[in-house]
Design a protein around this ligand. Structure first.
Ligand code: HEC
Length: 198
């Protein structure tokens, strides 16, 4: 009897690749995306901003756009939790016991602010902003976080050059890291983790 079950399992396993192939061939699930579809989704802006489109904006221009399209959730003053994250503050809190991760205090690259607004905001109508509007809104957030001046023009050249306050707060994983060991940055050697449930 036991032998019979083993035989059934072995035969079933041997047949799996054939079954999988038959399924994918008959179900016709999905299709190869077209070049246009990939281009429409391929909007990621990397840290060096080389993908940034033409356009420009200042914090002054951003203020009126923010009031019209963003303030309802983020608040006129850019601080309206809990409905939406605060776009101000957080600076110098990252090493405290209650870190506040904001765009100004936490993001290492200003280009990520542009990317985030462009792809996801306003939350109720993502993708509706022009490039000029996104540059202006990014400039407003940078200005209100005391990172740039009110009349500084943000464009594909100037934005990647902005030095964010937390630019050097990220570092690569320690190559000595071992699973099951407690690895803290201020301990050069990994220490065995204490087992708490024994
Ligand atoms: C309908 C409410 C709503 C509107 C309108 C809205 N936001 Fe947001 N926003 C949110 C919420 C909720 C989050 C957090 C969730 C997320 O990131 O998707 C967020 C996140 C963000 C973040 C990232 C914050 C972080 O700490 O990482 C930025 C930047 C931002 N919004 C900017 C804008 C700008 C600029 C506008 C106007 C064009 C806007 N938002 C309009 C609700 C809104």
């Amino acid at each position: 009897m036991r032998c019979g079950i083993k035989l059934i399992i072995a035969v079933a396993c041997a047949a799996l690749p054939a079954i999988a192939q038959t399924y994918s061939a008959t179900h016709h699930v999905g299709r190869t995306p077209t070049a246009g579809e990939i281009a429409a989704w391929n909007i990621a802006i990397g840290p060096d901003g080389r993908e940034l489109p033409p356009g420009h904006g200042t914090a002054k221009e951003g203020a009126s756009i923010f009031e019209e399209k963003c303030a309802v959730c983020h608040g006129k003053n850019l601080e309206n939790p809990p409905f939406a994250p605060s776009l101000l503050g957080g600076h110098d809190t990252l090493t405290s016991v209650t870190p506040v991760k904001t765009v100004g205090g936490y993001y290492p690259f200003a280009t990520s602010i542009w990317d985030n607004i462009n792809r996801a905001m306003p939350l109720n109508k993502p993708g509706s902003l022009t490039s000029d509007e996104v540059y202006a809104l990014t400039a407003l957030i940078l200005f209100r976080n005391d990172i740039i001046k009110e009349d500084e023009v943000m464009d594909a050249k100037s934005l990647p050059k902005i030095q964010m306050p937390n630019r050097n707060g990220f570092f690569p994983e320690n190559p000595q890291y071992k699973r099951g060991y407690l690895q803290l940055w201020f301990w050069p050697e990994p220490r065995p983790q204490k087992k708490t449930n024994e």
